[in-house]
Design a protein around this ligand. Structure first.
Ligand code: ATP
Ligand code: MG
Length: 666
């Protein structure tokens, strides 16, 4: 175990690590060691005798939480490290609610609906409210609802009556199904802590020391939650960079960081000004850009590293050439400098940009990991299995039950399904209740009735089995897969052997995740909460997978890579055209700042003259942000220049030498 050594920290960092009591605000630019400092600070608490179970660290994503847990694990004795709670706001809320949601009229076995279940329910409600005719889409409703919930507003804030009534019904139904969505997790936990002083005091007593990383991205609800959690001791440390606030569109309030003093009076404010991540040319470019944002807290950032190559800016004729060029550059640097693929990251603004790059990577047979791609939990077979487990945990959650009621096919047709939905609506009860109801059953044909009863018995049996705290969940899952003939069904559905193989592997992975998770005392709800929260993050643990990293600028927050390529820096992409309309260009500038400051050693920026959009080649303009970085700070070239420059003898010799090395390696 590595010891915590304060010698390796600079003076300001050490100050932060040693200030354990009272409110602390660490306000510092990118790469100045904020996350590193709070991790050491937590280790220092343990060393000074603070009970590890009274330490809470909140991070923004599950991945950041895993990472912080790992880093703390290197500095603190294992047993103590395990007791420290490192969590996202959402997981923390699940924990709070799991104990006391009863006080708000829910049952503790509540189900969490993720985006797809939410959309499924809303789609049905739109049909029921006649919204199809009005051309209302689930997306319209979802975004209006999320905006409403995150801003703490009520239904009267929604202009469109139809959307408002869909939302009202949605709220009623989701509550009746004993389910909550992601935004509800925060809203309900906040409400619980606000309305029940005993619950609030218990949590305040439990966490004596609270730390929040990436504080600039908290929204007003999260801020309010933090306010409830921090007890009279006021031992709260938040870390952030107002220049990296990139979640305004999700209601994040940059003002939280700017007004921290108002929430927690007289904080110790610590500024870190030494950047340990980037070379000077990279940092200069980042500083020059962000200076254009008005109303920010001025700060100086100095590069700790000496030297460094100039930032390259290259114009490309089109997106295909751009992808090829970036990949050639990666291949040549890798062989020249003998670097692992993991040193390279390609960052982009919009998901649609990744397709061309992905196909080029595949063509070159370069291993890569895509962050933000279809997540494991979005695969059909995985969703089906999770839906079985969710139904067993809470059969009232219609969305999950409807997904598996006839999967694999067991004679319960869509017509029967719709009848059950109608019945449930008329009786204000769940679909599960319909399927149990004698009258409803009597209305079905004998054959269908037998099928429904068999389904009921299957679910009831597994409810009992999973309820037994002694049973091994992984074995139960295995038994369930066997009994439902799920693997056979998946095999029959697949068109090729390769597809079958892939899907069976996913089933194996669900079993493995259950095996890893389960230990005596944990419930099925605990497992599902973890799965659901992981899913939302969409993070297939980036660091652990081999290959070049393909990642959106949003998802890259907090990460660092030796070699970074920022592609597609065009007007309309970054700044995104939506932000041009909304006028919130500052957030887009911060996003580019986040992108630039991910680079440790080399940075290349590219933009295209044309880009294929909806099958047409469209002309593009380079991003106006690029003109905000002085020309002297970047080495500008065009693709045409580079392609027509004859290869020098030296480069040629280098090329053959590296080729020889590669052949020898193999
Ligand atoms: P971001 O704003 O992107 O979240 P950050 O401020 O959290 O960045 P870290 O990720 O903690 O920065 O640190 C950036 C890099 O600097 C890491 O590689 C870290 O190990 C290194 N670092 C931090 N402090 C020091 C130090 N005192 N000496 C040497 N390296 C350091
Ligand atoms: Mg950080």
């Amino acid at each position: 175990m590595a010891e915590l050594s304060l010698d390796r920290l600079n003076t300001a960092q050490r100050q932060a690590v040693e200030t354990l009591f009272g409110p602390v605000l660490i306000l510092a630019g990118a790469g100045t060691g904020k996350t590193h400092t709070v991790t050491c600070r937590i280790a220092n608490m343990v060393e000074k005798g603070v009970n590890p179970a009274s330490i809470l660290a909140v991070t923004f994503t599950n991945k950041a939480a895993h990472e912080m847990r790992e880093r703390v694990g290197l500095l603190v004795e294992k047993r103590a490290a395990r007791k420290i709670m490192v969590s996202t706001f959402h997981s923390l809320c699940v924990r709070i609610l799991r104990e006391d949601i009863g006080r708000l009229g829910y049952k503790t076995n509540f189900t969490i609906y993720t985006g797809s279940e939410q959309a499924g329910l809303i789609r049905r409600l739109i049909v029921r409210h006649g919204g199809i005719k009005e051309k209302i889409t689930p997306k319209d409703v979802l975004s209006a609802m999320s905006r409403m919930k995150n801003s703490g507003a009520g239904l009267d804030s929604i202009d469109d009556n139809l959307i408002a009534s869909v939302i009202a019904t949605y709220q009623r139904e989701i509550h009746a199904q004993n389910s909550v969505d992601f935004d509800d997790l925060l809203i309900l936990a906040d409400k619980l802590l606000r309305e029940c002083p005993d619950v609030r005091e218990a949590w305040q007593k439990r966490f004596q020391f609270i730390t929040v990383d990436e504080f600039q991205d908290t929204n007003s609800l999260q801020m309010s939650l933090l306010g409830h959690l921090v007890g009279p001791h006021c031992n709260v440390c938040v870390v952030g960079d107002d220049d990296q606030s990139i979640y305004g569109w999700r209601g994040a309030q940059i003002s939280n960081i700017l007004e921290f003093e108002r929430f927690f009076p007289n904080p110790r404010v610590i500024k870190l000004e030494e950047n340990y991540r980037c070379t000077a040319p990279i940092l200069d470019a980042a500083n020059a850009l962000i200076r254009h944002n008005l109303g920010r807290r001025e700060k100086t950032l100095r590069a700790h590293k000496g030297g460094g190559e100039p930032v390259r800016l290259i114009s490309m004729p089109g997106d295909v050439e751009e992808a090829e060029f970036v990949i050639d550059d990666i291949e040549s640097l890798r062989s020249k400098e003998n670097r692992p693929w993991e040193d390279f990251a390609i960052l982009f603004r919009a998901n649609t940009q990744s397709r061309v790059i992905e196909s080029a990577l595949r063509e070159h047979k370069i291993p890569y990991r895509m962050v933000g791609a279809q997540s494991f939990f979005d695969r059909k077979e995985v969703k089906d299995l999770i839906s079985y487990l969710a139904t067993i945990a809470n059969p009232q959650a219609d969305e999950y039950l409807l997904r598996i009621v006839n999967t694999p096919p067991r004679g319960i047709s869509d017509v029967t399904r719709d009848l059950a939905i109608d019945w449930s609506r008329e009786h204000g009860n769940s679909v599960w209740a319909a399927l149990q109801d004698e009258e409803f059953l009597a209305s079905l044909s004998t054959r269908t009735r037998n099928c429904v009863v068999a389904f009921n018995e299957l679910i009831a049996k597994y409810i009992d089995l999973f309820d037994d705290k002694e049973s091994d969940f992984a074995e139960l899952l295995e038994q369930l897969i066997e009994e439902t003939g799920f693997s056979n069904y998946i095999t029959q559905m697949c068109k090729t052997d390769a597809e079958t193989q892939k899907r069976l592997v996913s089933i194996g992975e669900v079993k493995a995740s259950m095996r890893n998770f389960w230990q005596p005392g944990k419930s099925l709800q605990d497992y599902l909460a973890q799965v659901t929260l992981d899913k939302e993050d969409n993070d297939d643990d980036v660091e652990k997978k081999p290959g070049v990293c393909l990642i959106t600028m949003h998802a890259a927050k907090g990460l660092e890579f030796p070699m970074v390529y920022l592609v597609g820096l065009e007007e309309g992409i970054l700044p995104h055209k939506r932000s041009l309309d909304d006028g919130d260009i500052k957030e887009e500038r911060r996003l580019l700042y986040v992108g630039i400051t991910r680079a440790q050693e080399r940075l290349m920026l590219t933009y295209c003259a044309t880009r294929l959009r909806y099958g047409d080649r469209m002309p593009c303009q380079r991003s106006s942000f690029l003109s905000e970085i002085p020309e002297s700070m970047m080495h500008y070239e065009t693709w045409e220049d580079i392609m027509t420059t004859p290869v020098s003898e030296e480069t040629q010799a280098e090329f053959f030498a590296s080729l020889r090395n590669m052949l020898l390696e193999e």
